[in-house]
Design a protein around this ligand. Structure first.
Ligand SMILES: [Zn+2]
Length: 362
């Protein structure tokens, strides 16, 4: 399956140099909301399969083009609905989706990243309890907002244990040339390139970012309740049940309730597969010195629905070498999103290659 989503996040035209809905071609780049996330991949996937069909290519198995809605919001109208209501239409052994594909250079060698695992989006809420009162007499109340502060500081100061999973071990070994411990690997990444360390660090542990807080709705009322929402991402395979006692220990005793808001994603696929080999051989053909590296991504994509429903081996790969990956990362969900035409062409070649390699012979 070549999987993609057609919905995008909103765009505020006032922030853009061009009309965000124009798809304008300027300096060999196509500008517009969704160019990178991910109408570029929708288009490249469609062109790859359409050209193969026109040439009379007959796959040994099914080749499925799937472009879904509702990935960005996730209210159950997109791929989860298809998996539940039309499983026969979307059940495949292998799938290529969004998630990675950037070309990076480390120690003078080019690498292309392919995501084979995703962290779990696992936000939680703290409800900190106090006692309301008039703000002019703080002594009569017990201010829940003030009581939330030390809890937030404990979460912000927490340094979880670093650990390597199968993807991060393979990533580190390919770069360093030998296996390393997680802490050693991070140290080395910092020496080699600070941006490599920024990329690696969230892949070595769960992350915690307190992002939302609400308390009194009136300036002169001391709140009896303060709610803090913490964006939390678990490592692939890590379970909420194993992490919760750790977090409770970090927070310590107190007048609060801890509650998970959701747990989505967190799945992985093996890198021992014909699809991995197909992507790797595309990379080798495109750039003989380059190697393909597995990564787990900090966000999550629709791949997890396929992995959970059918055990599909799903990877995130859209090869990108014309545009600087740091620029691309900044443009996604932001103003002036655009994609290089050369990268679109590269992706068409990649998806054609993968489709032929995986389904060309049984
Ligand atoms: Zn996307």
């Amino acid at each position: 399956m070549l999987l993609s989503h057609t919905d995008t996040v909103v765009a505020d035209a006032a922030e853009w140099q061009v009309d965000p809905w124009s798809g304008e071609l300027r300096d060999d780049e196509i500008w517009g909301r969704g160019a990178l996330d991910m109408k570029g991949q929708v288009a490249a996937s469609a062109v790859a399969l359409a050209t193969l069909a026109r040439e009379g290519f007959e796959p040994a198995g099914d080749l499925v083009f799937t472009a879904v809605a509702d990935e960005e919001v996730g209210e159950g109208f997109g791929l989860p609905w298809l998996c539940a209501e039309h499983p026969d239409a979307v059940r495949t052994d292998y799938a290529l989706n969004e998630g990675a594909g950037e070309r990076i250079e480390l120690l003078g060698r080019p690498f292309y990243l392919c995501s084979s695992a995703e962290k779990m989006s696992s936000p939680f809420q703290l409800r900190v309890h106090g006692r309301a009162g008039h703000a002019s007499m703080p002594g009569i109340a017990d201010n829940a907002l003030v009581k939330a502060v030390p809890l937030i500081e404990k979460l912000a100061g927490y340094r979880p244990e670093l650990q390597l999973g199968p993807e991060t071990s393979a990533l580190v070994e390919a770069i360093a040339g030998r296996p390393l411990e997680a802490a050693e690997a991070l140290e080395l990444a910092r020496e080699v390139d600070p941006s490599a360390a920024e990329l690696l660090e969230p892949l070595l542990s769960l992350t915690l970012s307190p992002t939302m807080i609400s308390a009194s709705e009136r300036r002169n009322v001391i709140p009896h309740l303060c709610e803090v929402v913490v964006d939390c991402r678990l490592l692939p395979g890590q379970a909420q049940a194993e992490v919760e006692p750790l977090l409770r220990e970090v927070l310590g005793e107190g007048d609060y309730d801890f509650e998970w808001i959701e747990g989505r994603g967190g799945t992985r696929s093996t890198i021992e597969s014909p699809l991995w080999d197909a992507v790797a051989s595309f990379v080798a053909e495109t750039e003989p010195d380059a190697a393909l590296l597995p990564v787990s991504v900090a966000g999550f994509t629709d791949s997890h629905w396929l992995r959970e429903a059918f055990g599909t081996v799903a990877y995130g790969f859209f090869p990108m070498r014309a545009m600087d990956p740091q620029l691309a990362a900044r443009l996604i969900h932001s103003a002036d999103e655009r994609i290089a035409v050369d990268d679109l062409e590269l992706a068409v070649r990649c998806f054609r290659h993968a489709a032929v390699e995986v389904t060309g012979s049984r």
